[in-house]
Design a protein around this ligand. Structure first.
Ligand SMILES: [Zn+2]
Length: 579
Protein backbone atom coordinates (compact mmCIF):
# COMPACT_ATOMS: atom_id res chain seq x y z
CA UNK A 1 0.00 0.00 0.00
CA UNK A 2 2.76 2.42 0.91
CA UNK A 3 4.64 1.57 -2.26
CA UNK A 4 1.48 2.06 -4.24
CA UNK A 5 1.19 5.52 -2.79
CA UNK A 6 4.77 6.28 -3.69
CA UNK A 7 4.24 5.21 -7.25
CA UNK A 8 1.09 7.21 -7.57
CA UNK A 9 2.84 10.24 -6.15
CA UNK A 10 5.28 9.92 -8.99
CA UNK A 11 2.57 10.20 -11.62
CA UNK A 12 0.56 12.77 -9.73
CA UNK A 13 1.07 16.10 -11.52
CA UNK A 14 0.86 17.96 -8.24
CA UNK A 15 3.21 15.66 -6.38
CA UNK A 16 6.82 16.36 -5.56
CA UNK A 17 7.37 12.68 -5.35
CA UNK A 18 10.99 12.62 -4.30
CA UNK A 19 10.05 14.19 -1.01
CA UNK A 20 7.40 11.59 -0.30
CA UNK A 21 8.10 9.39 2.73
CA UNK A 22 6.88 6.40 0.78
CA UNK A 23 9.24 7.01 -2.09
CA UNK A 24 11.84 7.23 0.61
CA UNK A 25 10.97 3.63 1.40
CA UNK A 26 11.63 2.58 -2.18
CA UNK A 27 14.88 4.45 -2.35
CA UNK A 28 16.04 2.91 0.88
CA UNK A 29 16.35 -0.47 -0.81
CA UNK A 30 19.09 1.01 -2.96
CA UNK A 31 20.52 3.12 -0.20
CA UNK A 32 20.82 0.14 2.09
CA UNK A 33 22.88 -1.59 -0.54
CA UNK A 34 25.11 1.40 -1.14
CA UNK A 35 25.52 1.97 2.58
CA UNK A 36 26.46 -1.67 2.98
CA UNK A 37 29.23 -1.12 0.44
CA UNK A 38 30.75 1.56 2.59
CA UNK A 39 30.84 -0.44 5.77
CA UNK A 40 33.37 -3.00 6.77
CA UNK A 41 30.76 -5.66 6.29
CA UNK A 42 30.17 -4.35 2.81
CA UNK A 43 33.87 -4.16 2.09
CA UNK A 44 34.26 -7.78 3.06
CA UNK A 45 31.52 -8.88 0.64
CA UNK A 46 32.66 -10.59 -2.42
CA UNK A 47 31.21 -9.83 -5.83
CA UNK A 48 29.01 -12.92 -5.74
CA UNK A 49 27.39 -11.84 -2.49
CA UNK A 50 26.78 -8.35 -3.78
CA UNK A 51 25.25 -9.66 -7.00
CA UNK A 52 23.06 -11.99 -5.01
CA UNK A 53 21.88 -9.10 -2.84
CA UNK A 54 21.16 -7.01 -5.88
CA UNK A 55 19.09 -9.79 -7.45
CA UNK A 56 17.24 -10.34 -4.18
CA UNK A 57 16.51 -6.64 -3.92
CA UNK A 58 15.07 -6.50 -7.42
CA UNK A 59 13.08 -9.68 -6.82
CA UNK A 60 11.67 -8.19 -3.64
CA UNK A 61 10.77 -4.97 -5.40
CA UNK A 62 9.20 -6.84 -8.30
CA UNK A 63 7.11 -9.02 -6.02
CA UNK A 64 6.03 -6.02 -4.02
CA UNK A 65 4.95 -4.20 -7.17
CA UNK A 66 3.01 -7.23 -8.43
CA UNK A 67 1.24 -7.55 -5.12
CA UNK A 68 0.37 -3.88 -5.02
CA UNK A 69 -0.74 -3.44 -8.58
CA UNK A 70 -4.40 -4.34 -7.93
CA UNK A 71 -4.51 -1.85 -5.03
CA UNK A 72 -3.03 0.85 -7.23
CA UNK A 73 -5.61 0.08 -9.91
CA UNK A 74 -8.41 0.12 -7.31
CA UNK A 75 -7.31 3.52 -5.97
CA UNK A 76 -7.15 4.93 -9.47
CA UNK A 77 -10.55 3.44 -10.28
CA UNK A 78 -12.09 5.13 -7.21
CA UNK A 79 -10.67 8.49 -8.27
CA UNK A 80 -11.84 8.02 -11.87
CA UNK A 81 -15.31 7.06 -10.65
CA UNK A 82 -15.45 10.11 -8.39
CA UNK A 83 -14.35 12.48 -11.16
CA UNK A 84 -16.79 10.97 -13.66
CA UNK A 85 -19.72 11.40 -11.25
CA UNK A 86 -18.81 14.73 -9.67
CA UNK A 87 -21.47 16.69 -11.56
CA UNK A 88 -24.14 14.38 -10.13
CA UNK A 89 -22.73 13.89 -6.67
CA UNK A 90 -19.36 14.56 -5.18
CA UNK A 91 -17.64 13.77 -1.92
CA UNK A 92 -15.70 16.48 -0.15
CA UNK A 93 -13.86 17.07 3.08
CA UNK A 94 -12.78 19.99 5.22
CA UNK A 95 -9.35 20.78 6.58
CA UNK A 96 -9.90 22.91 9.67
CA UNK A 97 -7.65 25.93 10.22
CA UNK A 98 -5.68 23.77 12.65
CA UNK A 99 -5.47 20.95 10.10
CA UNK A 100 -4.07 23.41 7.57
CA UNK A 101 -1.34 24.24 10.07
CA UNK A 102 -0.70 20.77 11.48
CA UNK A 103 -1.43 18.43 8.58
CA UNK A 104 -0.88 20.41 5.39
CA UNK A 105 2.30 22.34 6.07
CA UNK A 106 4.75 19.62 5.07
CA UNK A 107 5.20 17.70 1.86
CA UNK A 108 4.55 14.49 3.74
CA UNK A 109 1.29 15.84 5.16
CA UNK A 110 0.09 17.16 1.81
CA UNK A 111 0.82 13.88 0.08
CA UNK A 112 -0.99 11.88 2.75
CA UNK A 113 -4.00 14.20 2.45
CA UNK A 114 -4.10 13.97 -1.35
CA UNK A 115 -3.86 10.18 -1.15
CA UNK A 116 -6.60 9.91 1.47
CA UNK A 117 -8.92 12.11 -0.57
CA UNK A 118 -8.32 10.14 -3.76
CA UNK A 119 -8.98 6.86 -1.99
CA UNK A 120 -12.21 8.27 -0.53
CA UNK A 121 -13.57 9.62 -3.84
CA UNK A 122 -13.17 13.14 -2.47
CA UNK A 123 -12.80 15.58 -5.35
CA UNK A 124 -13.54 18.83 -3.49
CA UNK A 125 -11.70 20.13 -0.44
CA UNK A 126 -12.39 23.07 1.86
CA UNK A 127 -9.38 24.75 3.43
CA UNK A 128 -10.43 26.65 6.49
CA UNK A 129 -9.18 30.14 7.31
CA UNK A 130 -10.52 30.56 10.84
CA UNK A 131 -11.75 28.47 13.77
CA UNK A 132 -11.66 28.77 17.56
CA UNK A 133 -9.79 32.08 17.52
CA UNK A 134 -7.06 30.78 15.22
CA UNK A 135 -6.49 32.18 11.74
CA UNK A 136 -4.55 29.93 9.35
CA UNK A 137 -1.52 31.52 7.74
CA UNK A 138 -1.69 32.76 4.19
CA UNK A 139 1.45 30.91 3.09
CA UNK A 140 0.14 27.58 4.38
CA UNK A 141 -3.26 28.12 2.76
CA UNK A 142 -1.74 29.14 -0.56
CA UNK A 143 0.64 26.19 -0.58
CA UNK A 144 -2.13 23.71 0.20
CA UNK A 145 -4.47 25.31 -2.32
CA UNK A 146 -1.84 25.09 -5.07
CA UNK A 147 -1.15 21.47 -4.26
CA UNK A 148 -4.80 20.40 -4.34
CA UNK A 149 -5.59 22.40 -7.47
CA UNK A 150 -2.52 20.91 -9.13
CA UNK A 151 -3.70 17.43 -8.19
CA UNK A 152 -7.08 17.90 -9.87
CA UNK A 153 -9.25 18.91 -6.89
CA UNK A 154 -11.76 21.70 -6.58
CA UNK A 155 -10.78 23.91 -3.64
CA UNK A 156 -12.81 26.32 -1.52
CA UNK A 157 -12.43 28.18 1.78
CA UNK A 158 -14.33 27.90 5.05
CA UNK A 159 -14.80 29.93 8.21
CA UNK A 160 -16.00 28.75 11.59
CA UNK A 161 -17.11 31.69 13.68
CA UNK A 162 -16.03 30.39 17.07
CA UNK A 163 -14.02 32.29 19.71
CA UNK A 164 -14.33 35.36 17.57
CA UNK A 165 -14.42 38.66 19.46
CA UNK A 166 -16.77 39.20 22.41
CA UNK A 167 -18.19 36.01 23.88
CA UNK A 168 -21.91 35.40 24.10
CA UNK A 169 -23.45 35.31 27.57
CA UNK A 170 -24.81 31.90 26.54
CA UNK A 171 -22.50 29.50 24.80
CA UNK A 172 -19.01 30.87 25.43
CA UNK A 173 -17.54 29.79 22.12
CA UNK A 174 -20.20 31.80 20.27
CA UNK A 175 -20.04 35.58 19.82
CA UNK A 176 -22.06 38.67 20.59
CA UNK A 177 -22.71 40.23 17.19
CA UNK A 178 -24.33 43.33 18.64
CA UNK A 179 -20.77 44.23 19.60
CA UNK A 180 -19.26 46.47 16.89
CA UNK A 181 -15.57 45.44 17.35
CA UNK A 182 -16.71 41.80 16.98
CA UNK A 183 -18.50 42.72 13.76
CA UNK A 184 -15.34 44.41 12.49
CA UNK A 185 -13.19 41.43 13.32
CA UNK A 186 -15.67 39.17 11.58
CA UNK A 187 -15.53 41.32 8.48
CA UNK A 188 -11.73 41.23 8.41
CA UNK A 189 -11.77 37.43 8.52
CA UNK A 190 -14.16 37.19 5.59
CA UNK A 191 -12.12 39.73 3.62
CA UNK A 192 -9.06 37.57 4.27
CA UNK A 193 -10.87 34.43 3.06
CA UNK A 194 -12.21 36.22 -0.01
CA UNK A 195 -8.68 37.25 -0.95
CA UNK A 196 -7.82 33.56 -1.15
CA UNK A 197 -10.91 31.71 -2.40
CA UNK A 198 -13.86 32.15 -4.75
CA UNK A 199 -16.12 30.04 -2.57
CA UNK A 200 -16.39 30.29 1.21
CA UNK A 201 -18.45 28.00 3.44
CA UNK A 202 -19.57 29.16 6.89
CA UNK A 203 -19.70 26.31 9.37
CA UNK A 204 -22.80 26.00 11.53
CA UNK A 205 -21.79 28.20 14.45
CA UNK A 206 -23.16 31.22 12.59
CA UNK A 207 -25.69 32.14 15.25
CA UNK A 208 -25.93 33.90 18.57
CA UNK A 209 -27.53 33.25 21.92
CA UNK A 210 -26.14 36.37 23.59
CA UNK A 211 -28.31 38.27 26.05
CA UNK A 212 -25.75 40.82 27.35
CA UNK A 213 -26.82 44.32 28.31
CA UNK A 214 -25.97 45.68 24.83
CA UNK A 215 -28.09 42.96 23.18
CA UNK A 216 -30.85 43.53 25.75
CA UNK A 217 -30.95 47.28 25.05
CA UNK A 218 -30.99 46.78 21.28
CA UNK A 219 -33.73 44.16 21.57
CA UNK A 220 -35.93 46.50 23.62
CA UNK A 221 -35.29 49.34 21.16
CA UNK A 222 -36.19 46.93 18.32
CA UNK A 223 -33.11 48.06 16.43
CA UNK A 224 -30.17 46.22 14.89
CA UNK A 225 -27.04 48.31 14.38
CA UNK A 226 -24.30 47.37 11.95
CA UNK A 227 -21.57 49.99 11.74
CA UNK A 228 -23.28 53.29 11.01
CA UNK A 229 -26.48 51.67 9.74
CA UNK A 230 -29.46 50.65 11.78
CA UNK A 231 -32.38 48.40 10.87
CA UNK A 232 -35.81 48.02 12.48
CA UNK A 233 -36.83 44.76 14.16
CA UNK A 234 -40.39 43.42 13.94
CA UNK A 235 -40.87 42.97 17.70
CA UNK A 236 -38.93 43.02 20.96
CA UNK A 237 -38.73 39.22 21.15
CA UNK A 238 -35.31 37.62 21.30
CA UNK A 239 -35.97 35.50 18.26
CA UNK A 240 -36.95 38.48 16.11
CA UNK A 241 -33.94 40.46 17.30
CA UNK A 242 -31.47 37.63 16.69
CA UNK A 243 -32.85 36.72 13.28
CA UNK A 244 -32.67 40.35 12.14
CA UNK A 245 -29.20 40.74 13.67
CA UNK A 246 -27.75 37.65 11.97
CA UNK A 247 -29.35 38.54 8.63
CA UNK A 248 -28.02 42.12 8.70
CA UNK A 249 -24.56 41.12 9.90
CA UNK A 250 -24.52 38.44 7.17
CA UNK A 251 -25.29 41.00 4.51
CA UNK A 252 -23.20 43.91 5.78
CA UNK A 253 -20.22 42.21 7.41
CA UNK A 254 -19.92 38.97 5.47
CA UNK A 255 -21.41 38.95 1.97
CA UNK A 256 -20.87 42.55 0.89
CA UNK A 257 -17.25 42.91 2.13
CA UNK A 258 -16.25 39.51 0.72
CA UNK A 259 -17.64 40.39 -2.70
CA UNK A 260 -15.96 43.81 -2.55
CA UNK A 261 -12.59 42.09 -2.12
CA UNK A 262 -13.38 39.33 -4.62
CA UNK A 263 -16.38 39.95 -6.93
CA UNK A 264 -16.43 36.24 -7.76
CA UNK A 265 -16.77 35.21 -4.12
CA UNK A 266 -19.69 32.84 -3.45
CA UNK A 267 -20.78 32.61 0.18
CA UNK A 268 -22.32 29.42 1.50
CA UNK A 269 -24.38 29.26 4.69
CA UNK A 270 -24.29 25.82 6.24
CA UNK A 271 -27.28 25.16 8.48
CA UNK A 272 -26.91 23.03 11.59
CA UNK A 273 -28.82 19.84 12.12
CA UNK A 274 -30.98 21.21 15.04
CA UNK A 275 -33.68 22.68 12.78
CA UNK A 276 -36.40 23.10 15.40
CA UNK A 277 -34.38 25.69 17.33
CA UNK A 278 -33.06 27.75 14.41
CA UNK A 279 -35.38 30.70 15.05
CA UNK A 280 -34.26 31.03 18.69
CA UNK A 281 -30.64 31.67 17.77
CA UNK A 282 -30.94 33.76 14.64
CA UNK A 283 -31.04 31.27 11.78
CA UNK A 284 -33.75 32.59 9.48
CA UNK A 285 -33.75 29.94 6.78
CA UNK A 286 -35.87 31.89 4.30
CA UNK A 287 -34.18 35.29 4.39
CA UNK A 288 -30.66 33.93 4.87
CA UNK A 289 -31.05 31.40 2.07
CA UNK A 290 -32.14 34.31 -0.13
CA UNK A 291 -29.17 36.42 0.96
CA UNK A 292 -26.44 33.78 0.53
CA UNK A 293 -25.29 32.28 -2.76
CA UNK A 294 -25.67 28.66 -1.66
CA UNK A 295 -26.82 26.59 1.29
CA UNK A 296 -25.45 23.42 2.87
CA UNK A 297 -27.18 21.19 5.40
CA UNK A 298 -26.06 19.36 8.55
CA UNK A 299 -27.14 15.71 8.25
CA UNK A 300 -25.09 14.24 11.12
CA UNK A 301 -27.67 11.95 12.71
CA UNK A 302 -25.02 9.81 14.46
CA UNK A 303 -25.94 6.86 16.63
CA UNK A 304 -29.36 7.21 18.26
CA UNK A 305 -28.16 5.41 21.39
CA UNK A 306 -24.81 7.16 21.77
CA UNK A 307 -24.71 8.56 25.33
CA UNK A 308 -23.13 11.85 24.30
CA UNK A 309 -24.24 12.49 20.72
CA UNK A 310 -27.38 10.34 20.48
CA UNK A 311 -31.11 11.05 20.38
CA UNK A 312 -31.49 11.85 16.68
CA UNK A 313 -33.16 9.18 14.54
CA UNK A 314 -31.59 8.46 11.18
CA UNK A 315 -34.54 9.70 9.13
CA UNK A 316 -33.66 13.26 10.14
CA UNK A 317 -30.90 13.38 7.52
CA UNK A 318 -33.50 12.90 4.82
CA UNK A 319 -36.04 15.23 6.42
CA UNK A 320 -33.75 18.22 6.97
CA UNK A 321 -32.02 17.86 3.62
CA UNK A 322 -35.39 17.87 1.83
CA UNK A 323 -36.93 20.59 4.01
CA UNK A 324 -34.04 23.01 3.55
CA UNK A 325 -33.69 21.87 -0.05
CA UNK A 326 -37.24 23.10 -0.65
CA UNK A 327 -36.28 26.50 0.77
CA UNK A 328 -32.89 26.76 -0.93
CA UNK A 329 -34.06 25.44 -4.32
CA UNK A 330 -31.25 25.62 -6.87
CA UNK A 331 -28.97 27.10 -4.20
CA UNK A 332 -28.98 23.84 -2.28
CA UNK A 333 -25.64 22.13 -2.43
CA UNK A 334 -24.62 19.37 -0.10
CA UNK A 335 -25.12 17.68 3.19
CA UNK A 336 -22.47 17.52 5.87
CA UNK A 337 -21.90 14.79 8.43
CA UNK A 338 -19.16 13.69 10.79
CA UNK A 339 -17.81 10.69 12.63
CA UNK A 340 -18.71 11.77 16.17
CA UNK A 341 -20.79 9.25 18.09
CA UNK A 342 -21.04 6.89 15.13
CA UNK A 343 -20.31 3.28 14.34
CA UNK A 344 -19.44 2.09 10.84
CA UNK A 345 -23.08 1.24 10.32
CA UNK A 346 -24.53 4.52 11.50
CA UNK A 347 -21.84 6.44 9.60
CA UNK A 348 -22.89 4.78 6.36
CA UNK A 349 -26.55 5.41 7.23
CA UNK A 350 -25.70 9.12 7.32
CA UNK A 351 -24.23 8.80 3.85
CA UNK A 352 -27.36 7.12 2.48
CA UNK A 353 -29.70 9.59 4.16
CA UNK A 354 -27.81 12.59 2.83
CA UNK A 355 -28.08 11.32 -0.75
CA UNK A 356 -31.70 10.19 -0.35
CA UNK A 357 -32.33 13.75 0.85
CA UNK A 358 -31.23 14.98 -2.57
CA UNK A 359 -27.80 16.40 -1.65
CA UNK A 360 -25.42 17.12 -4.51
CA UNK A 361 -22.40 16.79 -2.26
CA UNK A 362 -21.48 14.81 0.85
CA UNK A 363 -19.04 16.77 3.00
CA UNK A 364 -17.14 14.43 5.29
CA UNK A 365 -16.27 16.52 8.33
CA UNK A 366 -13.35 16.63 8.81
CA UNK A 367 -10.05 15.26 7.57
CA UNK A 368 -8.25 15.60 10.90
CA UNK A 369 -11.10 14.11 12.92
CA UNK A 370 -11.50 11.19 10.53
CA UNK A 371 -7.90 10.10 11.13
CA UNK A 372 -8.66 9.04 14.73
CA UNK A 373 -11.16 7.18 16.93
CA UNK A 374 -13.89 5.61 14.77
CA UNK A 375 -12.87 7.63 11.69
CA UNK A 376 -10.64 5.12 9.87
CA UNK A 377 -13.14 2.24 10.23
CA UNK A 378 -16.00 4.52 9.19
CA UNK A 379 -14.15 5.59 6.10
CA UNK A 380 -13.28 2.01 5.24
CA UNK A 381 -16.98 1.15 5.37
CA UNK A 382 -17.89 4.23 3.35
CA UNK A 383 -15.31 3.47 0.65
CA UNK A 384 -16.85 0.04 0.15
CA UNK A 385 -20.22 1.65 -0.48
CA UNK A 386 -19.18 4.64 -2.59
CA UNK A 387 -19.94 3.10 -6.01
CA UNK A 388 -23.43 2.18 -4.79
CA UNK A 389 -23.91 5.62 -3.24
CA UNK A 390 -22.98 7.36 -6.48
CA UNK A 391 -25.39 5.13 -8.32
CA UNK A 392 -28.06 6.02 -5.74
CA UNK A 393 -27.38 9.73 -6.32
CA UNK A 394 -27.90 9.27 -10.04
CA UNK A 395 -31.26 7.57 -9.46
CA UNK A 396 -32.43 10.13 -6.89
CA UNK A 397 -31.49 13.11 -9.08
CA UNK A 398 -33.89 12.20 -11.87
CA UNK A 399 -36.88 11.47 -9.66
CA UNK A 400 -39.42 13.28 -7.53
CA UNK A 401 -40.19 11.98 -4.07
CA UNK A 402 -43.74 11.06 -3.13
CA UNK A 403 -45.51 10.64 0.18
CA UNK A 404 -47.24 12.52 2.97
CA UNK A 405 -46.47 16.23 2.87
CA UNK A 406 -44.69 17.06 6.15
CA UNK A 407 -45.34 20.69 6.90
CA UNK A 408 -42.88 22.72 8.95
CA UNK A 409 -43.20 26.46 8.31
CA UNK A 410 -39.95 28.44 8.62
CA UNK A 411 -39.28 29.68 12.17
CA UNK A 412 -42.06 27.46 13.51
CA UNK A 413 -42.14 26.46 17.15
CA UNK A 414 -42.11 22.78 18.04
CA UNK A 415 -43.54 23.23 21.57
CA UNK A 416 -43.72 19.70 22.96
CA UNK A 417 -43.29 18.01 19.58
CA UNK A 418 -39.62 18.71 18.84
CA UNK A 419 -38.35 17.11 15.63
CA UNK A 420 -41.47 14.98 15.42
CA UNK A 421 -40.95 14.66 11.63
CA UNK A 422 -37.78 12.63 12.15
CA UNK A 423 -39.66 10.09 14.26
CA UNK A 424 -42.65 9.88 11.91
CA UNK A 425 -40.18 9.12 9.12
CA UNK A 426 -38.96 6.12 11.14
CA UNK A 427 -42.45 4.57 11.01
CA UNK A 428 -42.20 3.51 7.38
CA UNK A 429 -44.17 6.53 6.21
CA UNK A 430 -42.61 8.31 3.22
CA UNK A 431 -42.57 12.08 3.78
CA UNK A 432 -42.34 15.06 1.46
CA UNK A 433 -41.03 17.84 3.69
CA UNK A 434 -42.26 21.34 2.92
CA UNK A 435 -42.20 24.84 4.42
CA UNK A 436 -45.37 26.13 2.75
CA UNK A 437 -48.91 24.86 3.22
CA UNK A 438 -49.13 21.73 1.04
CA UNK A 439 -52.29 22.65 -0.85
CA UNK A 440 -51.61 20.26 -3.71
CA UNK A 441 -50.44 17.23 -1.74
CA UNK A 442 -52.62 14.08 -1.89
CA UNK A 443 -52.17 13.54 1.89
CA UNK A 444 -50.25 15.24 4.66
CA UNK A 445 -48.91 15.11 8.18
CA UNK A 446 -49.58 18.12 10.41
CA UNK A 447 -48.04 18.89 13.80
CA UNK A 448 -48.01 21.83 16.22
CA UNK A 449 -45.46 23.49 13.91
CA UNK A 450 -48.31 24.26 11.48
CA UNK A 451 -49.70 26.88 13.87
CA UNK A 452 -46.89 29.24 12.87
CA UNK A 453 -48.86 29.93 9.71
CA UNK A 454 -51.33 32.77 10.01
CA UNK A 455 -54.69 31.44 8.90
CA UNK A 456 -53.67 27.79 9.22
CA UNK A 457 -57.05 26.85 10.61
CA UNK A 458 -58.98 27.99 7.57
CA UNK A 459 -56.42 26.51 5.15
CA UNK A 460 -56.72 23.21 7.01
CA UNK A 461 -60.52 23.38 6.96
CA UNK A 462 -60.45 23.78 3.18
CA UNK A 463 -58.02 20.89 2.92
CA UNK A 464 -60.38 18.63 4.82
CA UNK A 465 -63.32 19.67 2.67
CA UNK A 466 -61.49 18.30 -0.36
CA UNK A 467 -61.59 14.87 1.31
CA UNK A 468 -57.81 14.49 1.43
CA UNK A 469 -56.27 12.58 4.30
CA UNK A 470 -54.55 14.30 7.18
CA UNK A 471 -52.48 12.63 9.86
CA UNK A 472 -52.58 15.06 12.77
CA UNK A 473 -50.61 14.99 16.02
CA UNK A 474 -52.60 14.88 19.22
CA UNK A 475 -50.82 18.09 20.24
CA UNK A 476 -52.12 19.98 17.21
CA UNK A 477 -55.58 18.42 17.46
CA UNK A 478 -55.85 19.71 21.03
CA UNK A 479 -55.27 23.27 19.80
CA UNK A 480 -57.79 23.10 16.95
CA UNK A 481 -61.62 23.33 17.15
CA UNK A 482 -63.06 19.88 17.85
CA UNK A 483 -65.10 19.77 14.64
CA UNK A 484 -61.89 19.88 12.61
CA UNK A 485 -60.57 16.57 13.83
CA UNK A 486 -63.29 14.56 15.57
CA UNK A 487 -65.51 12.12 13.67
CA UNK A 488 -63.86 12.60 10.28
CA UNK A 489 -62.83 9.59 8.25
CA UNK A 490 -60.10 11.56 6.50
CA UNK A 491 -58.39 12.56 9.77
CA UNK A 492 -56.27 10.32 11.95
CA UNK A 493 -54.79 11.44 15.23
CA UNK A 494 -51.22 10.36 15.93
CA UNK A 495 -50.62 9.97 19.67
CA UNK A 496 -47.30 11.73 20.15
CA UNK A 497 -48.14 12.43 23.81
CA UNK A 498 -45.68 15.28 23.91
CA UNK A 499 -42.88 12.76 23.52
CA UNK A 500 -41.97 12.18 19.85
CA UNK A 501 -39.48 9.44 20.66
CA UNK A 502 -42.35 7.35 22.06
CA UNK A 503 -43.39 6.80 18.42
CA UNK A 504 -40.50 4.37 18.12
CA UNK A 505 -42.40 2.12 20.55
CA UNK A 506 -45.44 1.67 18.29
CA UNK A 507 -46.06 -1.99 17.57
CA UNK A 508 -46.02 -3.60 14.14
CA UNK A 509 -49.83 -4.18 14.07
CA UNK A 510 -50.45 -0.54 15.07
CA UNK A 511 -48.09 0.65 12.36
CA UNK A 512 -49.48 -1.67 9.71
CA UNK A 513 -52.95 -0.28 10.39
CA UNK A 514 -51.70 3.32 10.24
CA UNK A 515 -49.70 2.73 7.04
CA UNK A 516 -52.63 1.03 5.30
CA UNK A 517 -54.70 4.18 5.86
CA UNK A 518 -51.99 6.81 5.25
CA UNK A 519 -50.49 5.22 2.12
CA UNK A 520 -53.77 4.51 0.36
CA UNK A 521 -53.67 7.79 -1.65
CA UNK A 522 -50.30 6.75 -3.04
CA UNK A 523 -51.37 3.31 -4.20
CA UNK A 524 -48.78 1.55 -2.09
CA UNK A 525 -48.88 -0.75 0.91
CA UNK A 526 -46.23 -1.57 3.48
CA UNK A 527 -46.20 -3.85 6.49
CA UNK A 528 -43.26 -4.46 8.74
CA UNK A 529 -41.65 -3.39 12.00
CA UNK A 530 -40.93 0.03 13.44
CA UNK A 531 -37.71 1.88 12.44
CA UNK A 532 -38.16 1.36 8.73
CA UNK A 533 -37.35 4.22 6.40
CA UNK A 534 -39.51 4.20 3.28
CA UNK A 535 -38.46 6.52 0.46
CA UNK A 536 -41.03 6.55 -2.33
CA UNK A 537 -40.74 8.18 -5.74
CA UNK A 538 -43.48 9.31 -8.10
CA UNK A 539 -42.65 6.60 -10.64
CA UNK A 540 -43.13 3.92 -7.99
CA UNK A 541 -39.43 3.42 -7.33
CA UNK A 542 -38.65 2.84 -3.69
CA UNK A 543 -35.91 2.49 -1.08
CA UNK A 544 -36.43 0.64 2.20
CA UNK A 545 -33.94 1.19 5.01
CA UNK A 546 -33.90 -1.00 8.08
CA UNK A 547 -32.59 0.90 11.11
CA UNK A 548 -32.92 -2.11 13.40
CA UNK A 549 -30.05 -4.32 14.53
CA UNK A 550 -31.96 -7.38 13.33
CA UNK A 551 -33.23 -8.20 9.83
CA UNK A 552 -36.67 -6.78 9.01
CA UNK A 553 -39.30 -8.75 7.17
CA UNK A 554 -41.48 -6.31 5.28
CA UNK A 555 -44.20 -6.70 2.72
CA UNK A 556 -44.16 -3.94 0.15
CA UNK A 557 -47.00 -3.79 -2.37
CA UNK A 558 -47.78 -7.40 -1.59
CA UNK A 559 -44.22 -8.62 -2.07
CA UNK A 560 -42.19 -10.02 0.80
CA UNK A 561 -38.85 -8.28 1.24
CA UNK A 562 -36.23 -9.06 3.84
CA UNK A 563 -34.06 -6.06 4.61
CA UNK A 564 -30.79 -6.91 6.39
CA UNK A 565 -30.04 -5.44 9.81
CA UNK A 566 -29.02 -1.79 9.30
CA UNK A 567 -29.18 -2.45 5.59
CA UNK A 568 -31.29 -1.33 2.67
CA UNK A 569 -33.11 -2.60 -0.39
CA UNK A 570 -34.31 -0.64 -3.39
CA UNK A 571 -35.95 -0.89 -6.77
CA UNK A 572 -35.73 1.64 -9.59
CA UNK A 573 -38.69 1.43 -11.91
CA UNK A 574 -37.75 3.28 -15.06
CA UNK A 575 -34.71 3.94 -17.16
CA UNK A 576 -32.55 6.77 -15.92
CA UNK A 577 -31.68 9.21 -18.68
CA UNK A 578 -27.96 9.72 -19.15
CA UNK A 579 -26.51 13.11 -18.29
ZN1 LIG B 1 -24.46 40.58 23.40
Amino acid sequence: MRLARALRARVDPGGAWLASPDVHLVIQVGRGYRRAEKTNVGASMNTKTRTSMLIRSFLFLGMALLALEPQLAADQAMWDLAKANSSIHRFSTLFTAHDVRDRLSTEQGLQAAVDWCRDTAVTQVYLEEFRDGYQAERAALEKAKARFVGSGFDVAGCITTTQLGKSSTGWKTISCYTDQPTQEKLQAIFEYAASLFNEIMIDDFWFTDCACSACETARKEKKVTVGTHSFPVASDSWEDYRRELMLRVSKERVIRPAKRINPQAQLIIKYPQWYDRFHERGYDVVSESAAFDKIWVGTETRDYRDPRWGGTPQYEGIFIMRWLGGIGGAKTGGGWYDWLGTTEKTYVEQARGTILGGARESLLFCYGGLQGTTGPENIKALRREIPELLSLAKQVRVRQIAGLAAYKPANSHPENEPRVFDFVGMLGLPLVPCHEFPSNAPAAFFSIHSLKQLGFESAFRNWLRSGKRALVTDGLAAKLPKDLTAGRTNVRILAVKGDPKSLLELSEPELNDLRAWALQPFGTTLTGPNKLGYSLFTDGSWVLQNFNDVPAVAELNGKKIEVPARGWKYEWRSQVPSF
